[in-house]
Design a protein around this ligand. Structure first.
Ligand SMILES: Cc1cc2nc3c(=O)[nH]c(=O)nc-3n(C[C@H](O)[C@H](O)[C@H](O)COP(=O)(O)OP(=O)(O)OC[C@H]3O[C@@H](n4cnc5c(N)ncnc54)[C@H](O)[C@@H]3O)c2cc1C
Length: 440
């Protein structure tokens, strides 16, 4: 993700640099004023380019899953690109505000003159400037509540819906106020591509078309409560459901007012439109979900998405599969899908971290699925809350191998701890795949 963001920004910087240092170098002026002007341009370019990327990722373009490593990673990219975009927007705004300070420090002499904007753009200048300023205030507020994890997700989601409108306002600001000579240079072409893509994505979002082609209606065929905190829901989906690969997830809407929530499809695809979700009470909606559902109820499923797919695994590497709590759901689908393959085709150690093994609803099912797969060994770890990764057995597994591949699904904190410990113990002789159950 870091490489991708850095490369994206490097491309923008290169195009800006080509124009600034080669094609149209700034006219004479005081150095500080010139630096301020170019920093203002560059921060604005970085910000709007990243925001365009954020908007494109927000429409869940499934064709980007392969190059970007799955929808959950795309959401992480969306989040961090958004945070960076707002940071550059703040920088842009501060640079704009800095003119009074510079005047006081070095005087007005040497300040580059305001460039003329073509026709209509000149008329739009005051509106574009004011709009940019007000939108930046709104974005700062949005950034703060996004980072403040205690702000309830359901309210955050409603506030987040204003982002396409904010984007269109900023696109107007950029079109009107960008230096007119940019439009005939590579930087202008890049900017135009970003703005066009971001604008289309914003319109798709505002029109409620996100994921429309991947939405399928269906109905609930059974509801079970395997434990006090887990609800198992099986559904029959309409004939347009394309099927799924084991480990994928879908956005499920049981109630239109509540909207869609992402859940892993915890069953293998049997080509009959049947899918099962195992849903843990993790928040306000999922806690009361079981009480609100009835068999036969209609639902909408959008998907499938995701790239947590063991068929991508490296056949030369030792396979270590690790689940924490409800992170077991993709592995349930994996194991079920393996039942129809030769029993010894895949070898792996499946480590399952649970809080209370005695009350866990999945251990029997896992054991029974593993019984017919002689090369898959199940290890259940009682979760020591203070040090869940202390279990030496986990780190001894595969230590003699040249390379191990770790597939992890579970709480982000546990994933980070494990990755750190593997890095210490195995010193780079592993690849770590992680499915994130968090989108904000
Ligand atoms: C790819 C993926 C796969 C998942 N698979 C499963 C699964 O198989 N079983 C399971 O029990 N849970 C799964 N989750 C987690 C599940 O989506 C959340 O627990 C659930 O949405 C919480 O909703 P809530 O209103 O009860 O909780 P809240 O208290 O409102 O939210 C808790 C957290 O859940 C996430 N969340 C809440 N609502 C949404 C939403 N509409 N869209 C995206 N994220 C949301 C946010 O990160 C939020 O901070 C998965 C999440 C992701 C991203």
């Amino acid at each position: 993700m870091k490489t991708l963001l850095a490369s994206f920004l490097a491309l923008i910087t290169l195009a800006w640099g080509w124009d600034t240092f080669y094609v149209t170098p700034p006219a004479q002026g005081a150095l500080l004023w010139l630096i301020r002007q170019q920093a203002l341009f560059l921060s604005g370019l970085w910000s709007i380019a990243l925001m365009s990327l954020v908007m494109v990722l927000a429409v869940r373009p499934a064709w980007l899953e392969k190059p970007l490593g799955g929808m959950d990673r795309m959401y992480r990219l969306h989040k961090w690109a958004g945070i960076l975009a707002i940071s550059f927007a703040i920088m842009h705004w501060l640079l704009d505000m800095s003119s009074d300070l510079l005047k006081a420090l070095i005087g007005k002499a040497g300040r580059p003159p305001k460039f003329d904007l073509a026709g209509l753009a000149e008329l739009g200048r005051p509106l574009a400037k004011d709009m940019g300023e007000w939108i930046i205030y709104a974005l700062i507020a949005m950034l703060l509540i996004t980072l403040w994890k205690r702000f309830p997700y359901k309210f955050w989601r409603y506030l987040h819906r204003v982002m396409p409108v904010a984007y269109l306002g900023l696109a107007f600001h950029a079109v009107v106020l960008a230096p007119p000579w940019y439009w005939s240079q590579p930087i202008g072409m890049l900017l135009a591509v970003c703005l066009a893509a971001g604008t289309v994505a914003s319109i798709v979002t505002l029109a409620g078309l996100i994921g429309k082609n991947r939405r399928v209606h269906g109905s609930i065929t059974s509801i079970a409560r395997p434990s006090a905190t887990i609800t198992e829901i099986t559904c029959k989906l309409g004939s347009t459901w394309p099927g799924h690969r084991a480990g994928q997830f879908a956005f499920v809407t049981f109630d239109r007012a509540e909207g869609a929530h992402p859940f892993t499809i915890a069953s293998a695809d049997q080509h009959d439109g049947m899918v099962t979700f195992q849903i843990k009470a993790l928040g306000d909606y999922t806690t009361h979900l079981a009480d609100t559902l009835v068999t036969g109820q209609a639902l909408t499923v959008e998907g499938p998405y995701g790239y947590f797919d063991f068929t991508r695994s490296d056949s030369q590497a030792r396979q270590i599969w690790i689940a924490g709590g409800i992170g077991i759901t993709p592995f349930l689908a994996w194991l079920e899908s393996l039942q129809s393959e030769p029993a010894d085709k895949h070898a792996a150690d499946l480590h399952y971290f649970v809080r209370d093994a005695g009350a866990d609803p999945f251990i029997d099912q896992l054991q029974s699925l593993c019984n017919s797969l002689p090369n898959i060994t199940l290890h259940v770890h009682g979760n020591d809350r203070n040090n869940p990764v202390a279990d030496a057995a986990l780190f001894n597994t595969g230590i003699s191998q040249d390379h191990s591949e770790v597939w992890f699904c579970g709480p982000g904190g546990l994933g980070d701890m494990l990755k750190k410990r593997f890095t210490n113990e195995w010193q780079g002789r592993f690849t770590f795949h992680q499915e994130a159950f968090e989108m904000r």
